[in-house]
Design a protein around this ligand. Structure first.
Ligand SMILES: Cc1cc2nc3c(=O)[nH]c(=O)nc-3n(C[C@H](O)[C@H](O)[C@H](O)COP(=O)(O)OP(=O)(O)OC[C@H]3O[C@@H](n4cnc5c(N)ncnc54)[C@H](O)[C@@H]3O)c2cc1C
Length: 402
């Protein structure tokens, strides 16, 4: 876990070097708190502290860590497993900001985040040297009846996707992008390390520590870490450690990829199934929405059913082979909206509950949370996403249903 044994002075020097082109904002001229007199009883000179601790190393935690670090804050990401191996690793990677699937209150954030994607990816690719397969061929949406809110096809369907059989359904076109989440996560992790975000994996956060009504650090299964700001980015596990104020729960998604299928260009979506092509050949086919607690087993019959649904749209998939099948846990909330903001405990923030759209929403989440934490102001209206919107009883009932 080498990060915590680093010499704080060398970290400070490196940080200054890294921040040379970023211009540290005057509101966040963070310094490592090594002065015993400046904080609670357990601070002491021999303990390294951070400005901000992020719980969870998925796409949300890593994007936020990079964004905060760019503004000069020292950041520690604590990950119980391996960074980027949970929901973010399981995602298909559609950047679906035009669909009807999410609540209207989320539309402004979704659109803003989709607009930010090219720049977000450009920076991460640049800092990591990893290409993340951002594609912009668009999405073909198949549906029963006309959908006036969606765009007309730019060319006949038989030209756009010769392998697709729309079986009497209407088709419309959405100008959406897609990305390969696994490449994105690998790149974000490398970019975070490049920026000297400290990352500790393999120990679970068991509690957010509170002193005088304000966050002062976290307890893990191995040790204690200190910071005046803690951000819960723990995805489907965000409600599993005290204080229990960030109620999310898992919704399982099973998904597969095939190789040897036809060369699809567009994402294809129906209400029952979606197909997401990757530039190097595989097609990802997903995904189920299941209330199954924290179970991540992959069931062959479910995978076969998804493949059959896909084959009914693209008959030549009958010749394709299953390359991989997997499952992940989406972080759901009681009203299907993410939880973004400061909790009732000062300095304890939540950035989680992104349900089916966490890959899409990563850039805007990183931006608004950075503004909120460092500037105490925000360029977007975050009131619909406030952690305070759930009563204690609502939160308890929601968590108990897992
Ligand atoms: C099958 C499937 C398909 C999807 N497709 C898409 C898509 O096409 N487009 C899209 O935008 N979104 C999609 N999603 C949703 C998206 O994957 C999630 O919204 C997003 O990954 C959430 O990111 P996260 O960082 O909050 O959570 P995660 O990636 O789950 O990260 C949370 C991290 O916190 C860690 N953690 C939890 N508790 C603790 C603790 N106590 N201490 C330390 N670490 C902890 C976990 O180990 C985990 O690594 C899909 C999800 C699934 C399952």
């Amino acid at each position: 876990m080498g990060c915590c044994q680093r010499n704080p002075d060398s970290s400070r020097t490196n940080r200054a070097r890294n921040d040379k082109s970023e211009g540290i904002h005057s509101n966040c001229d963070f310094k490592l708190s090594t002065n015993a007199s400046d904080s609670s009883a357990f601070y002491n000179d021999s303990v390294k502290t951070w400005d901000i601790i992020i719980v969870g190393g998925g796409i949300i935690g890593l994007s936020l860590a990079i964004s905060l670090r760019k503004r000069g804050a020292s950041v520690l990401v604590l990950e119980k497993g391996e960074p980027g191996r949970e929901a973010s690793h399981a995602a298909a990677g559609m950047l679906a900001d035009h669909g009807d699937e999410f609540p209207p209150a989320l539309a402004p954030l979704a659109r803003a985040s989709a607009r930010m994607y090219p720049e977000f990816v450009h920076e991460i690719q640049d800092e990591s040297g990893i290409k993340v397969d951002l594609r912009d061929a668009g999405t073909i949406l198949l549906h029963e009846g006309a959908r006036e809110s969606h765009g007309a096809l730019p060319a006949p369907l038989s030209e756009l996707e010769p392998a697709l059989d729309c079986a009497g359904r209407s088709a419309s076109y959405l100008k959406e992008r897609s990305v390969n989440p696994r490449l994105l996560l690998g790149a974000a992790l490398k970019a975070a390390r490049h920026r000297e975000v400290d990352i500790s994996s393999g120990a679970e956060v068991t509690e957010v520590l509170v002193d005088n009504g304000a966050a002062c650090g976290v307890q893990t299964t191995k040790t204690t870490y200190h910071a005046k700001v803690v951000v819960n980015c723990a995805g489907a596990w965000a409600g599993q450690f005290p204080p229990m104020s960030v109620p999310t729960r898992p919704v399982k998604g099973q998904i597969l990829s095939v190789i040897g299928g036809p060369p699809l260009r567009h994402v294809v979506r129906t209400p029952e199934v979606y197909l997401v092509p990757r530039s190097d050949g595989p097609i990802v086919i997903g995904g189920t929405l299941e209330e199954a607690g924290y179970d991540k087993h992959v069931l062959p019959e479910t995978i076969q059913r998804l493949l059959q649904l896909a084959t009914s749209l693209v008959p030549s998939l009958a010749k394709a082979q299953i390359h991989e099948a997997w499952a992940g846990l989406r972080p759901d909330t009681a009203d299907k909206l993410p939880i973004l903001g400061e909790t009732l405990i000062g300095g304890y923030y939540a950035a989680t509950g992104h349900f089916r759209d966490g890959i899409l929403l990563a850039p805007i989440t990183a931006q608004v949370m950075t503004e909120l934490i460092l500037d105490k102001a925000c360029s977007q209206d975050l009131s619909p996403f406030s952690p305070a919107r759930f009563s204690t009883t609502q939160a308890k009932n929601f968590l108990q249903a897992v």
